[in-house]
Design a protein around this ligand. Structure first.
Ligand code: KG4
Ligand code: ZN
Length: 366
């Protein structure tokens, strides 16, 4: 089965082709999966001058690029005859920016109608979860699916728009147990990076500056320490906007005291912010896993590219004797291979939306 995935929920126009093959073995049957193409056309340069994604501009760029991205995704996957070779189309229907989502959905509906192919509407966040099952491009690998009816998996989804803890007992069986009450953690990384003059989107740049900080080389009399918002709260929600404000005040206080924001001070602020954000994420994830008796923890979303988060979370999870998975770096950010595989799992479960029209829902949730 070959599935075309389409993703336009934010500022990446992305399309991918995945292939899933069922294998009948003597004892049990298995499946093999391959990502045949994974095209991502980023608009980051366009939005950089506004310091954030402008929805109508994003939609205009998607409309401009989507035909070309479609051609490239098919060409790289070696698809010559769409009608004969592609079995289904999966498209992100939310959450995301309304005008941007509509471009991908309209395109998907058009080709689904022309080629008479089933169309599957996918939750973008469900896509992030399933990025954990994607092998590197061009590699045919066994698709191992864990059954965790009695032993749920806990997903920590961290991106520019979301910070969620989602309990999962199987395909389509999700329960949102915690989320951010204000800024998403990726958004906080981006805003703090902006305060420090590190450009947009600043998450990766901020992480890089944080990694350069060495405690012993700090020139400040008192080490910088930021609060860990909601770390002791009984629920599983997060809050990152206060942490961002704490950084703003720290910069103001340092400047008022005559300090200059040298590279070394910027590195120290970046480090202290990253420590605080990651500490809260890990502490609450582990606590939630214990409370809900989760046997596995899966990380996903754009911020799952963060090296320190990957290392620290894996260590904490293993310490508690749980299974751990994080997506390959190629699939941490927005991509369409994750939408295609989420479409495949939904199809398998007969959760396909092909019979009812796929509807855009900018606020789609679990
Ligand atoms: O999932 P994603 O690509 O898009 C959304 O659905 O939001 O996530 C993008 C977010 C941005 O906020 C970006 O700064 C952040 O992921 N990000 C990082 C890193 N790489 C990307 N944040 C921290 N450290 C990183 N290495
Ligand atoms: Zn995303």
């Amino acid at each position: 089965m070959k599935i075309l995935g389409i993703e336009t929920s934010c500022d990446d126009t992305a399309m991918a082709v995945i292939e899933v093959q069922s294998e009948k073995r003597k004892v049990k049957s298995g499946e093999k999966i391959m990502v045949s193409s994974n095209i991502i056309s980023s608009q980051v340069k366009l939005h950089a001058k506004y310091g954030g994604v402008v929805p109508n501009l994003a939609a205009r760029e998607h409309a401009k690029n989507i035909g070309h991205v479609f051609d490239l995704a098919l060409e790289k996957a070696g698809i010559k005859n769409f009608k004969k070779e592609i079995d289904a189309i999966a498209v992100t229907r939310g959450p995301g920016l309304g005008p941007a989502l509509l471009v991908g959905i309209s395109f998907a509906k058009t080709i689904s109608w022309i080629y008479k192919k089933p169309l599957i509407g996918v939750n973008h966040l469900e896509g992030h979860i399933y990025s954990n099952w994607l092998p590197p491009i061009g590699i045919n690998s066994n698709l191992k699916f864990l059954i965790f009816k009695k032993e749920p998996a806990l997903n920590l989804i961290v991106s520019g728009g979301h910070t969620e803890l989602v309990l999962m007992r199987g395909i389509g069986d999700y329960k949102l147990i915690g989320e951010t009450l204000d800024d998403a953690v990726g958004e906080a990384f981006d805003k703090v990076a902006r305060l420090l003059g590190l450009g947009y989107p600043g998450g990766p740049a901020l992480a890089q500056r944080a990694s350069k900080f060495k405690v012993e080389s700090s020139k400040l009399k008192v080490p910088i320490l930021f609060p860990r918002p909601m770390i002791h709260s009984k629920d599983y929600n997060f809050s990152f906007s206060g942490l961002k404000t704490a950084v703003l005040y720290k910069i103001r206080d340092l400047k008022n005291a005559g300090a200059v924001l040298t590279d070394s001070v910027v590195n120290e602020i970046a480090h202290a912010f990253q420590e605080a954000a990651i500490d809260v994420l890990i502490t609450k994830t582990i606590r939630a896993a214990r409370k809900f008796n989760a046997k596995s923890i899966f990380l996903s979303g754009g911020v799952s590219a963060n090296k320190l988060l990957r290392e620290r979370l894996e260590k904490a999870v293993r310490k508690h004797g749980l299974n751990y998975s994080q997506p390959p770096l190629a699939y941490t950010g927005d991509n369409a291979a994750m939408i295609a595989i989420a479409g495949y799992f939904n199809c398998k479960k007969n959760r396909r939306d092909s019979l009812k029209p796929v509807q855009m829902d900018a606020n789609l949730t679990f």
